[in-house]
Structure formats: C-alpha cells, structure tokens
Design a protein around this ligand. Structure first.
Ligand code: KG4
Ligand code: ZN
Length: 339
C-alpha cells in the first residue's frame, strides 16, 4: 500500500495506490491563490503546501479507506520543480516513511508524466506491461519535451523547448488577451468557436531538422498583433484569435511529434502533461496517428495536470523493479534532467 505526494508546483496532491490501481487521488489546486499575480508565487505556494498537506493526506486516506498503519511505502516528487515547493512534500513524505518504518521512493516529475499515458481511461489501472516503443510528448506549464521511449524505464530525450514551454505560451498569450490565469484551458474553450485559419501566426522551428521547440516568437507575434488590432472584447474576434494561437501551438507539437515517430520507426505515439488536456491537441494527434497507422495513447483527462496518482503508480512500478527504497536522507533536485 503506497502513499504518494506531489508538490512540485502549485498543486498539493496525495494519492493512495495498490497493485497498479489508484484508490484515491486528492488534488488541492492553488490556482485562485496565484491568479491575481498572473503566475505562481513560490513563497505563497510553499506556505499553501504546508497548510494543505495534512488535510489532503487525511482526505486521501479516508477516500481509500486505508489507515496510515497499513502503508508499506511512501513516494514523493523529488524534482524538477520549484525548490521550496518540492521540499514541502518531499520532506513530509520522508518523515512519514521514517515514522511509519516504510519504504521511501523519490520520483522524477517528468518520468511520472511520461508513463501516465499507460493508465487506462477509467484511471483505474496502470498497464505498464503493455508498453511498446513510442515517441512521447510531455507538454506542461513548465516543460515541453519530446522523448523516445523504448520500454519501461528506458527513455531518451530527443528535444525540448529552447525558450517558453507550450503551456507557458498558452498562459502568456491568454494573459495578453485578458483571460483569467492560467489561461490555457479558457483559451481552449473559446477556440472551439473560432476559425483557426483567421490569423496566420508563426510556427517556429516547425521545419527545422531537430526535435526542439520555440514558442517565445509566437507570444511576441500575438503582442504585436494586439497592438494593431485591440478589439479583444468582441466575441468573434476573440474566439478567432484563440483558435489561431491554439492552432499555431498544436500544429508545431503534432508535426514534430509525428516526424520523430516516423523517423524512429515506432508504432505508437503518447502524450502527457497539462497541455494534453487541450481539445485540439488530442484531436489532431489522434487523427495524425490514424492517418499514419500508429497507435495513440493520451493520458486520461483527469491525470493530465499535476497529481500524485501518476507519481504513486510509477513509484510502485519502480519498487517492483527493485529500485532502492531507503532514500530517507536524499534531497530535492529542482533542476533534475529526465535522463
Ligand atoms: O502539468 P501541469 O499541471 O503543470 C506543470 O507541470 O507545469 O500543466 C499546467 C499547464 C498550464 O500551463 C495550463 O494552462 C495548461 O497546462 N493547460 C492547458 C489546458 N489545460 C491545462 N493548456 C491548453 N489547453 C488546455 N485545455
Ligand atoms: Zn507537471
């Protein structure tokens, strides 16, 4: 019986996991706390984690109908992420493991996202044994990575963003339009009523011969466009703008993911992270895979944004594979690379 804690950014989350199944997954989001600043304020985030952790952990235990005495392992996100935020959850998890005399497993946040597409769509079981070689897109507020996955625990980073992450681009351009923070999901919703071809925003690095991304040029292009066309409150204009920005981000993500998959000869494409909740990205990746005869696995919607269930399922898998489980004195790794 494993309890997992995730506090790498602005979600305080605790999950209970047993035999590849999620028994509970409680997420307390701090979005409202950071909204007025238009981004995560680390000092506020860590205070909120410390305040919320006991309640979130208790709720996770209650929902799973498990007592702390039944725990045999505790896991937590070790990095990457905001240093102080990571420290709050990681230290709590270590203390808990020490006090309860259980195993303790540190988990890489991106690795947790990377394998989350292998969780079934009902979010109930982890099909890690079904894993096949794939190209995996990890897209969140902090990161955009393209990864070649050969099997469970065997992966190689192909490329990443040279500047802003895809989610960051959604959030920053949404802010320019005046949408509430974090703007990604609001922009996605408004874009559904717009014309994606209305404004031809740039697709940076789409035709480059590497697996890297760049989104800061798009943000600048949107800023210039709004200076010349300030009518953002007009509904049709706003939805066309949202649809055009979304199309520029999604087209680059899908094109480069598919190109890498074809080059590497894999039969499967996967995607995870907060931006994988994007409706257009899910649709476009699925149809590109169908056109190319590839299988597609997208992380189930409720597990795209940060949560402890993806951390717990991976930790349990690592425990089974014989990973060291006594890192009681290890420290957080805020800049930890995936490889
Ligand atoms: O994985 P996540 O919870 O946190 C990080 O590890 O960064 O991702 C959060 C990001 C935010 O930038 C948010 O705007 C974006 O995911 N996001 C979306 C959508 N839902 C969440 N972006 C585009 N469309 C969405 N539907
Ligand atoms: Zn994340």
């Amino acid at each position: 019986m494993l309890l997992a804690i995730e506090t790498s950014c602005d979600e305080t989350s605790v999950a209970l996991v047993h035999n590849g199944r999620v028994l509970s997954n409680v997420v307390s989001s701090q979005v409202r706390l950071h909204a007025e600043y238009g981004g995560v304020v680390p000092e506020l985030a860590v205070r909120a984690h410390l305040r919320n952790l006991p309640t979130v952990a208790r709720e996770a235990l209650v929902q799973a109908a498990v007592t702390s005495q039944e725990l045999t392992a505790v896991a937590a996100t070790q990095g990457p992420g905001l240093p102080s935020a990571l420290m709050a959850g990681f230290t709590a998890a270590q203390a808990m493991a020490f006090a309860l005399n259980t195993a303790f497993l540190p988990v890489h946040h991106h690795e947790a996202h990377l394998y989350s597409p292998w969780i079934t769509s009902d979010c109930l079981s982890f099909q890690i044994d079904a894993i096949e070689p794939n190209v995996s897109l990890i897209v969140s507020g902090g990161h955009t990575l393209l990864v070649h996955v050969l099997g469970s625990g065997q992966h190689r980073v192909l490329g990443g963003t040279l500047d802003d992450a895809a989610g960051e681009c959604f959030d920053k351009t949404a802010r320019l339009i005046g949408l509430p923070y974090p703007g990604g999901s609001v922009m996605d919703l408004l874009a559904e009523d717009g014309d994606p071809r209305a404004i031809p925003f740039p697709r940076s690095l789409m035709d480059s011969h590497n697996d890297d991304f760049s989104f800061s040029g798009l943000k600048t292009a949107v800023r210039y466009y709004l200076e010349k066309n300030p009518a953002v409150s007009e509904p049709k204009f706003r939805s066309n703008l949202c649809a055009s920005i979304r199309a520029a981000i999604v087209e680059v993500l899908v094109t480069k993911t598919m190109r890498a998959a074809q080059r590497l000869g894999v039969g499967c494409v996967t995607a995870s992270g907060g931006v994988t909740a994007n409706r257009a990205l899910r649709r476009e990746l699925a149809s590109a895979c169908a056109r190319n005869g590839m299988r597609i696995r997208l992380t189930p919607l409720p597990l795209c944004t940060d949560n402890a269930a993806i951390v717990g399922l991976l930790a349990e898998q690592k425990l089974r594979a014989g990973a060291p489980s006594d890192s009681y004195a290890s420290e957080v790794r805020p800049g930890w690379e995936l490889e």
